[in-house]
Design a protein around this ligand. Structure first.
Ligand code: GLN
Length: 280
């Protein structure tokens, strides 16, 4: 039998060269396998871990050493204070995407039955969070990947979010007629040659959720263009984008007739979400 403190020390040592958060990674993996929180690990360093769990831990640490993201190992990631199921068919939710949700909430009238569409929903974090925060809203969640859509549907069941409809659709192509108060999206926006794709979690994430043509602007462009035909007069388009794409996105939104175009900074101070209003 191995003690918690020894398992953690060995794992942190194993991960030291491959992860910038070796100690935290080891703790998170052991918490997951023991179904305990981190304060348990601190309070009970001499707790004896059974052999089968210790073996699963060592397997997880070795996969982590090979770069596999923590969220794909544990199968979950927190977003807007809720746990969501994730797997390698969906992008791992990022904290900066909470800005997109916060801005959406600031534009939704909670007492009205507004229509909101999330394009490229992936694990469903944006759509499900909006559905739960705005129970009167009608949420449409769209993805072109059947496996991603199945994961989003699992998450909706997990959180009892019933005011969402799911569509297997390439952006707006398979969505029913009708206009939306809000069109939101965290589309792929990384250029295929971006060297950022060679490091960290993105190496394991679905390329279709990360990479876009035209220096990463291809899908942002397509969405901004077609959203004009799907927004109500006075409705808003909210797009997450790369830290260095704000100027390009602002120009294209202005060119296509969106008004009051404005970019907002995420908590890390990066230009992350651009909003435009459609006045018809
Ligand atoms: N923000 C993610 C990253 O830079 C990319 C997400 C996306 O392309 N939508 O790792």
């Amino acid at each position: 039998m191995a003690h918690i403190k020894d398992l953690l020390a060995e794992a942190a040592n194993t991960l030291a060269d491959s992860s910038r958060s070796a100690v935290l990674d080891a703790e998170v993996l052991l918490c997951w396998l023991l179904d305990k929180n981190r304060s348990f690990l601190r309070a009970w360093p001499d707790f004896e871990v059974d052999r089968a769990t210790a073996q699963r831990f060592s397997q997880a640490v070795s996969e982590r050493k090979d770069g596999k993201p923590i969220a794909y190992l544990t199968g979950k990631r927190e977003f807007w204070s809720r746990d969501f199921i994730v797997n390698n068919t969906v992008l791992i939710p990022r904290p900066e995407t909470e800005l997109l949700v916060a801005l959406s909430l600031s534009l939704i009238n909670p007492s009205q039955a507004q229509h909101i569409i999330d394009l490229g929903t992936g694990s469903g974090v944006i759509a499900i969070t909006l559905a739960m925060e705005c129970p009167h809203a009608h949420i449409y969640a769209v993805d072109a990947s059947p496996l991603a859509l199945a994961t989003a549907q699992q998450n909706a069941v997990l959180h009892h979010a019933s005011n969402i409809r799911f569509y297997l659709s390439d952006w707006f192509d398979g969505v029913p007629e009708g206009r939306f108060d809000l069109v939101v999206s965290n589309p792929p926006y990384i250029d295929a040659d971006d060297e950022h794709l060679q490091h960290g979690d993105v190496r394991f994430e679905p390329p279709s959720a990360l990479i876009a043509s035209q220096q990463g602007l291809g899908d942002l462009l397509k969405i901004a263009d077609s959203a004009r035909k799907h927004l109500k007069t006075g409705g808003h388009l909210l797009l997450e984008h790369g830290y260095n794409q704000a100027a390009a996105v602002q120009v294209l939104l202005a060119q296509w007739g969106y008004q009051s175009v404005q970019t907002h900074l995420d908590l890390a101070g990066q230009a992350r979400v651009t909003v435009g209003q459609w006045l018809g």
